[in-house]
Design a protein around this ligand. Structure first.
Ligand SMILES: CC(C)(COP(=O)(O)OP(=O)(O)OC[C@H]1O[C@@H](n2cnc3c(N)ncnc32)[C@H](O)[C@@H]1OP(=O)(O)O)[C@@H](O)C(=O)NCCC(=O)NCCS
Length: 186
C-alpha cells in the first residue's frame, strides 16, 4: 500500500497577507526589492541584476512543480495592493525542525508585515507540520530581523563568529531557536 501524498500546507492567509506560490507575473515586484541595495544589505545574495532575478524566478517556478519538497519559497502578497512585497521560505532540516528566512522590500518595512508573515509561518510549522524546533539566523547588525525573531519569542542560542564571507567581508551571525513546547506555552 502506498502512502497518500502529503497535502501542501500553503497558501497561508493572514489578516493582510497571502503567502502563496510564486507566479511568473511577480517578476517586476520581485526585481524591485531584490535589486535594491538597502533591502538586501544583510542578505547573502544581491543586489540582483535582471538576469539573476530571472534565474531565481525560473528556479523557484521549477521547484514548485515538485511535491513534497523540503524547501518551500513563498511569495508574500499584500492582498489590498495585489502586489508581491517580499518572500518567505521554510526549509525542513531533516531533524524534525526547519529554518526560515524572509525578505521584504524596504518600502514595506515597519508596517508589521514581516512579523505577520513570520508568525503565520511559524504557527504552520508547529501546528500543521508538527515540527519540534524552528530556527533562523541573522546578521548581528540586522536590527529589524532581530526584532522580528525576538517578538516571535525565539531565543538567541549563540553567535557564529565570522562564519560568512559576503560582499563587505566576514560576517557574524546570530542563531535563534524556538521549541514546540515554548510555542504552545506562549
Ligand atoms: C527584517 C524585516 C523582515 C523586518 O520586517 P518589517 O516588516 O519591517 O518588521 P515589522 O514591521 O513586522 O516589525 C516587527 C517588530 O520589529 C521592529 N523593527 C522592525 N524593523 C526594525 C529595525 N530596523 N530596528 C529596530 N526594530 C525594528 C518593529 O518596530 C516591530 O516591533 P514592535 O511591534 O514592538 O514595534 C525587514 O526589515 C526586511 O525584510 N529586511 C530586509 C531583508 C532581511 O534583512 N531579511 C532578514 C534576513 S535574516
Amino acid at each position: 500500500m502506498t502512502t497518500p501524498p502529503e497535502p501542501p500546507w500553503f497558501p497561508i492567509r493572514t489578516e493582510r497577507l497571502l503567502l502563496r506560490k510564486l507566479r511568473a507575473d511577480d517578476h517586476d515586484d520581485m526585481h524591485a526589492y531584490a535589486s535594491d541595495p538597502d533591502t538586501v544589505r544583510f542578505m547573502e545574495w544581491g543586489p540582483n541584476t535582471p538576469e539573476v532575478t530571472r534565474e531565481r524566478m525560473a528556479f523557484v517556478l521549477d521547484q514548485q512543480t515538485r511535491w513534497p519538497r523540503d524547501t518551500v519559497d513563498l511569495a508574500v502578497e499584500l492582498v489590498a495592493a495585489r502586489r508581491m512585497i517580499g518572500s518567505i521560505s521554510l526549509r525542513r532540516d531533516g531533524q524534525g525542525g526547519a529554518d526560515f528566512g524572509y525578505c521584504f522590500g524596504s518600502q514595506w518595512w515597519r508596517h508589521g508585515y514581516g512579523f505577520e508573515a513570520a508568525r503565520a509561518l511559524v504557527a504552520t510549522a508547529f501546528e500543521t507540520l508538527l515540527l519540534h524546533r524552528v530556527w533562523a539566523t541573522c546578521d548581528v547588525r540586522n536590527a529589524g530581523s532581530i526584532a522580528v525573531l525576538e517578538k516571535l519569542g525565539m531565543q538567541r542560542e549563540g553567535t557564529l563568529r565570522k562564519n560568512l564571507l559576503v560582499r563587505d567581508g566576514w560576517r557574524d551571525t546570530h542563531v535563534y531557536g524556538l521549541l514546540a513546547e515554548e510555542w504552545s506555552a506562549r
